[in-house]
Each structure stands twice: as C-alpha cells, then as structure tokens.
Ligand binder design. Sequence first.
Ligand code: MN
Length: 742
Amino acid sequence: MTAEELGSVNERYEALEASIRAYNPNADFDKIRRAFEYARDKHIHQRRKDGSPYITHPLAVAQVVSDMHLDSESIMAALLHDCIEDTDATHEEIAKLFSPAVAELVEGVTKLTRVQYISKEEEQMENLRKMLMAMSKDIRVILVKIADRLHNMRTMDYQTAEKQKQKSLETMEIYAPLAHRLGMQKVKWELEDRSLRYLDPVGYRDINDKLEVHRAQHEAFMAHIQSQIEERLKEISVDYTKVYGRIKHTYSIYRKMYSQGKTLEQIYDLFAFRVIVKTIPDCYNVLGVMHDLYKPVLGRFKDYIGTPKPNMYQSLHTTVIGDEGIPFEVQIRTEEMHQIAEYGIAAHWKYKQNGQGAGSERTYEWVRKLLENQESSDAEEFIHNLKVDMFSDEVFVFTPSGDVVNLPAGATPIDFAYSIHSAVGNSMVSCKVNNRIVTFDYPLQNGDIVEVVTSKAAHGPSRDWMNIAKSSEARNKIRQWFKKEKREENVARGKLSFDSELKHAGLTLSEITSWENLPAVLKKMSYGSIDDMYAAIGYGGLSSLKAVNRIRDELWRERRTAQAAQKAAEMEELSRSAAAPPPPVPAKRHSENGVIVEGLGNCLVKFAKCCAPVPGDPIVGFVTRGYGVSVHRVDCPNARHNSRDPEEAARWVKVAWGSDTRESYQTSLELVSKDRDGLVLDISAMLSTAKVRVLSFSSRGMPDGFAITSIVLEVTGSEQLELLMKKLKGIQGVMDVKRPTG
Ligand code: MN
C-alpha cells in the first residue's frame, strides 16, 4: 500500500466511525478500530481486481452494515469477514483478540462464502436459500453476508464477463430473495437492479434509456404531485415527516414489461409516492385526504398496517389518479414502519435490542418466530413462505456433484444413501463426509459434502440401521429389503414375537390357530396365510402388538355377538311375559372436546380444518389412522356420501354434541362485499360489539371492485354464529357471508 493509499484508507475508516457514532454513540469504538487495523494489516499485500488495496472491500462492507444500523460485533465481523478465508488469521486468534461471538460471526460468513452454487434448478435454489438460513445460526451472519454481496455487486465491473453472469444469477436467485424475506426492500432492489445489468444488459439499458428520455417530464410530475400533497397536509395541519415520489426500480419495471408483455407506457404504477407521518391514526387520516384529493382506483387499497406482510412490512397502499390522468401509488406509513420497510430485520434489531450485542440464541428464536408468524398474510405470500420452515427440523447437505439434498434434522449417512436410491443404501459399505470416513450414525451437518461408498459384495443393511435412520423413507426401504431377502428368517422371528405378545394378552397360539374364522380375519388384514403375517412382523411391517390386538378384537367381537344374541332371545322371552321396562338411560356419557362418539369412549376427537364445526352443527365423524376421530359438518364436501371412499365406509361413525361442550370453538367465515371505504372498519366494529374473539382477519380487494374478507374466530356454538352472520350481512356492501368448507 502506498502512503497515499494508506491515508485514504484511514480516512474511510474515520468516515465509518462517524456514521456508526451517529446511530450508536456507545459502540465499542476501541475494539472496532482494532478490528480495522488488524484486517488492514492482514490484507496489506492483497489488492482487489480494480487495483485498490483489499481492505477497501471490508471497509465498504462495514459501511453497508453500519447503514443497516447493526451492533458493534456485526461491524467488527464485517471488517474481519475475509480474514479467515484469505489470510493466515484463525478463528482462535480472532476469538482471543476480539470476542468468541465475533469469531463465530466471521466463521459463519466464511462458511457461507465456501458454499458452491453449481445447480441452477429452481428447486435447488430454494434449498440453497434454506441452507444458507439454516447455516447462519445467528441472523447477523446473513446480514453481513448480504452486505458483502452488495458491495461485490457494486464493484462487479472489474470481473470477467463469466463471473459477472454467475454472481448475478446467484444474487438474483439467492441473495435478493433472502433480502426480501428479511424485509430489506432497499437492499433487495439494489441487488436486483445490479444483477439485471449483467444478466440482461440490453433489457436493462432499454428501460433506463426510455426513462432517461422522459426524465424531465417525470421529475416535473413528481414534484407537482409532491407539492400538491404537502400543501393539502399543511392546510389541514397533519404533521408529516416527509413526502416524496420515486419511479419503480428497474427490475420491477422489467419484470412487469416482460412477464405481462407491456410497454413502459402501459405500466400502471410507474410512480410511487410515500407519505411518512408520525402516528398510525395519521396514516388513516392521510388515506382519507388522498382519496379526497385524487380519484381512487377501486380495489387497489391494501391495509398492511392492520394485516402486516409476513416479513413485517406495514403501510397503507392505495392507487389514485390525478388531474393529469396518470395513476400512481401512494404508500402511507409511520417513521418506524418506514425504517422496517427499508432495512427489515436489521431495523428491528435497532428497535428491539437497543444497540446491545444480542445473545444469538434469543435473536435466532425471535427471527424464527418472525418468519413463522405468517398467519395473517395474504394467501400467496403465505404459501410461498410456508416452504421455508427453515431452521430446526431439516438439514441440508451436498452430493459430491453439488446437488443439495435435504433430510430431517439428525439424519445420518444411512438416510442420505437411501434418499439417493434404495440400491445405494443396500450396497453401502462406508461413507465419507467432507472427505473423511465417518460412522453410519454420524449426524449430518448443514453444508456437509457426503459421499457413499458402495460395493457389489455388500451384505445389505443390518437390522440396527432401522434404529439409526431418522427418515421414514430410509426405514421403509430397509424394511422392504428385509421383506424380500429374508423370508424364512422373518417368519421365524415373527412367529416368536407374535407368540410372546399373545401370551401377554392371555391367549394361546393353539386357541388362535384352531379358530375357524382366522383365515377370514387374516384376509381382512390382507395376508394370505399366517406365515405371511409372521413374515410381515419379522421384517417390521406390522407390529406384533397390533397383530395380536386385531385378532383378539375380532375373536372377542365374535364371542360378544354370540352372547348378545343369546341375551336378546332371553329378553324377548321376558318381555313377552311382562310389560317391558323402559330401557335404561345411559348416565352422562363421556365426551371428548364436547363430542360423543358412538361405540367409542375416550378416543381422541379433532375438528376437521376444512369445515370447522361448532356445537349445534349436524356432525359426522371419521376414524383416522392413528389420530383419533376427525369431526366434520354433515354438509362438508369431504364428508358427503358420494365423495366417501367405499373402502373406508366403515370408518364413518355417528357422533353427537355432548352436554359438556367447551366454552369456545374455532371456526371461520368468509365475506364477499362490494369494496368501499370504511368497510373493513365496519366489519371489525361489528365483531367487537358482538364480543367474539377474532384470531385472524384479512381482507383483500379484487380487481373487479369486490373484497373478500376471511375471519377466523371463536364462538360458543352455531346459535351465536348464525346471529353474528346475520348481523354481518346487515353491513352495507356485504353481499354474502358464508362458512367456508372443503
Ligand atoms: Mn468479501
């Protein structure tokens, strides 16, 4: 580094410090400065592709991290993020000099840097995104990594054309969606625009050239609208922080033009205005003002304040048309909402942590919750995000050729091998993880490269594998193998196990084998002979307990029927001789969740999600395999006679509401309305006067001027629900209120 370069690098550091001081005056400046000096000295002989000293990159990344208003540890991690990968610095040294937490962050970023992106299939990309999330146990790792990628994209001009394309594709597929998921709009837009520049230079330039031609005109329009809004707000003295207009970012224009085959002129909302106010009531105030000042476009109003997006985004959106006949979107939000919209999780950081370095556990937990808290989002977003239950229950590993395989957490080489193919599992003799031989019970870690060694001479799986494997896929395949390969052994094992279970049940083998109805019962269980059943028990396809219970139940039923017939005959005899006494009224019958199941006491009762019955509704039950009885409304499409599987006819049972129903039951309503201002307010006012507990509420406008409102609520029973539906129907604009089914 020349003296001049050193001077400029140090100057940049001072600027960084100043910007941190502006939002976090209590930052650990002593350590931050030492981190900078350490990184500067470690990278001293390295240069970037553009010739500048390497340290300019970590400095710029730290600057981005500071723009996100992150804590001291994140800043240090940004400064040190390439040290482990590119210099002789070690984890231990960084832990000693700074802190174990900083070393963990740097290590985390390094691990993400090492992940190779080979595959380009969409499914693989989703897996990669999930893997990155899962690998970053501390969300700050992802934030620093995104900052790193942002600066790399800003300086991509110096890379080869091939590298530009590859990095841009990764950015578009992995990092921009991650930024979106974390709610970081501003970063997401910049990542997308910069990637588009390399992925489709012609398309990118085309849009920007066209925008450039109309630039003066656009700016005049935006300035005009801005001052119109400001004037009106002053007139009615609404206290606002800022009003400004902008043109949509290039990539979102690009997407609209190409996916919807539109020209730039046809894009409906090229312009977006933001009004930042002080309070939430003011947001709604300003909304009224906008609709008064301009002509609102029907069905374009969205209340993300009442119903935030899954990534916590909040704002009111409306589209209006001014005197010029040009439609534009107005987004109204408070300052805090604005920060969160721009910086997403990073802004939450600031609000929730008060600038203190947070225990990663807590943060992790919190972010996970945030990303899971998607119940109140719009349907499409919800489905999309559902795919990302990223953290605890999955692990992501690579095949030697770079494909990502996801397995349940705790999965072992056995699970991996069988997930590739059962032949691979059956002929596995050893396994390497990251080039080292591991035992078959090794729990795979995110990012591991797993290689299975197979041999034709392999003996096949051992029975222990069934206990080691974590996935039912692997266990099933192992079971299949035993079923096929070891019939005699299975029959012997099965018989032994069946016999001992039978003794527990107080029956003898000869009692069973001599029973004349046994073949019929076996046939019902789909076994041709008792040996077949033994074999199934032997390979683990059927538990001996289940087999015994089934056969015993059949046997007892037969005996009971015989007894009952005898009793009935006796009763008839009796009643003929005397006036029949009234049949005994059963004492209070046991109910489960307020439901009595005919013929079954004490069984698990659940309410079907599809139709959510409440007390008073006519109901019917379905005996599920292993999860108790699922209760449907009689009019639920899933319970209708003609849609029932004839093979499962016997599973439909009579159920009735008991006298001891619970205090409340969850169900849902769907309203179709002609959209109008205040509709949502009227509906929620009605719900609150009716004193029902609302679990979720979402309303969305349709392009044709209708609105669909979905409400999940708790009621005592059908009476209360019907009354409520009647009241809701009375609201002006509401055309239909129904209980969704199916
Ligand atoms: Mn870097």
